[in-house]
Design a protein around this ligand. Structure first.
Ligand code: NAD
Ligand code: DAU
Length: 366
């Protein structure tokens, strides 16, 4: 792994991965291809270690000519593909962009990689030295009942939101390119991430930022939905582990091994803020909790069996949910200028108005 394209490397997990990889591998050169949608920001890439080995290119993964050019110009041997539309609520209100980026964008990258890596005339890099690593999600497996066993790598796909369906389609395409054309690939399907640089449309940063400003904390439905949370740096380590030691043609489930309800997570964030900001006028912060109308088609529970990556590759999450949440809240408290930049974004204010402005409140406490 010498010359790597990271797609979506100005987003939440992508920027954490760029930072992590530059620190962990002292040879690698990263070409960071990101369209800088509302979710991507150069603010996320400030103060990178070894920034001379990082080249940022603003561009669209659906732009085939651009992708062809980057592959050839930098003699790319590895693609780590994060770029996507990622927010379930946005996919419900506007699915089209999800199909374009997540399905057509992945297809464009696969076609370009196939031509460059597997067409002998075009390829200066040996096919056994190349890798397409696709970042995917647990949501492709659908939803679980309270007593169901967790998702494993062989659980049949059953996506239930436009976002999840678009990610499932992209996973299928990656596998199809592996089986049909022999494109060397790996996939990681990961649970909910949280940590520094996460855009505050997602549950944990939304709750932290709202609580800091004394805004209501909107809980969808009864708040008893269950997610498995993974601290983002642990996810980055899992991806690098799979890149270095994973079996080509395999997918690996990645997760934090926890099962809190949304309400538990929100209360834990409030408790951390009460402790760190005892003089806040909004303390105790859980007084801000407000039940609101549920998300349509809301998946009830996700859980991951991570035995395979633990046993085969010796990867384990380092942060517990409590230690990861404490670090995360601390990071947001220490980075007010990052928060200010997002609050000034018109798109963000527009999103808050669109998703929460007219949302019915309920007394849906269980
Ligand atoms: P994000 O929304 O924070 O960032 C996405 C990035 O992709 C942004 O920088 C955006 O500018 C870029 N992008 C979007 N469309 C693009 C296009 N057409 N061309 C180039 N760049 C484009 O996302 P994230 O939360 O960091 O998720 C990254 C990946 O990880 C996604 O593939 C997502 O499905 C997957 N994933 C996320 C989670 C999670 O909890 N956040 C969990 C499992 C898997
Ligand atoms: O499971 C992995 C997935 O996790 C990723 O693939 C997605 O990209 C990522 O967005 C995330 O999806 P979720 O829908 O689980 O994440 P979100 O943070 O939007 O919501 C987490 C839970 O919190 C979910 O049950 C909905 C609930 N929620 C969310 C928001 C934004 C609320 O109750 N209130 C809210 O305001």
């Amino acid at each position: 792994m010498q010359n790597v394209i990271v797609t979506g490397g100005a987003g939440f997990i992508g920027s954490n991965f760029v930072r992590y990889l530059l620190g962990a591998d002292h040879q690698v050169r990263i070409i960071n291809l990101d369209a800088l949608t509302y979710a991507g920001s150069l603010e996320n890439l400030k103060n990178l270690p070894a920034s001379e080995r990082h080249i940022f290119v603003q561009g669209d993964i659906c732009d085939r000519a651009l992708v062809d050019d980057l592959l050839a110009r930098y003699q790319i041997d590895t693609i780590v593909h994060f770029a996507a539309e990622t927010h379930v609520d946005r996919s419900i209100l506007g699915p089209e962009q999800f199909i374009r980026t997540n399905v057509m964008g992945t297809f464009t990258l696969l076609e370009a990689a196939r031509r460059y890596w597997l067409d002998e005339k075009a390829n200066p890099v040996a096919p056994q030295e190349v890798r397409f690593h696709h970042i995917s999600t647990d949501e492709v497996f659908g939803t679980l009942q309270p007593d169901d066993p967790p998702f494993s790598e062989i659980t049949p796909y059953a996506p239930r939101s436009p976002y999840a369906a678009s990610k499932a389609a992209s996973d299928h395409l990656v596998r199809a390119y592996g089986h049909t054309y022999g494109l060397p690939f790996t996939i990681t399907n990961c649970t909910n991430n949280y940590g520094p640089y996460q855009f505050p449309e997602k549950l944990i940063p939304l709750m932290i930022l709202n609580a800091l400003q004394g805004r209501l904390l909107p809980v969808y439905g009864d708040g008893q939905q269950i997610r498995d949370w993974l601290y983002v740096e642990d996810h980055c380590e899992a991806i690098l582990t799979v890149l270095r030691h994973g079996q080509v043609g395999e997918s690996y489930n990645v997760g934090g091994g926890n099962q809190p309800t949304n309400l538990t997570v929100i209360h834990e964030i409030c408790d951390i803020l009460d402790e760190l900001q005892p003089n806040s006028p909004y303390s105790p912060h859980d007084q801000l909790i407000q039940y609101v109308k549920d998300r349509p088609g809301h998946d009830r529970r996700y859980a991951m069996d991570i035995t395979s990556i633990q046993r085969e590759l010796d990867w384990h999450p380092r942060q517990s949910l409590s230690s990861g949440l404490a670090r995360t809240v601390q990071w947001y408290l220490e980075n007010p200028s990052w928060i200010d930049a997002i609050h000034q974004q018109q798109d963000y204010q527009g999103w808050l108005a669109k998703n929460y402005g007219d949302r019915e409140t309920t007394s849906n406490q269980s």
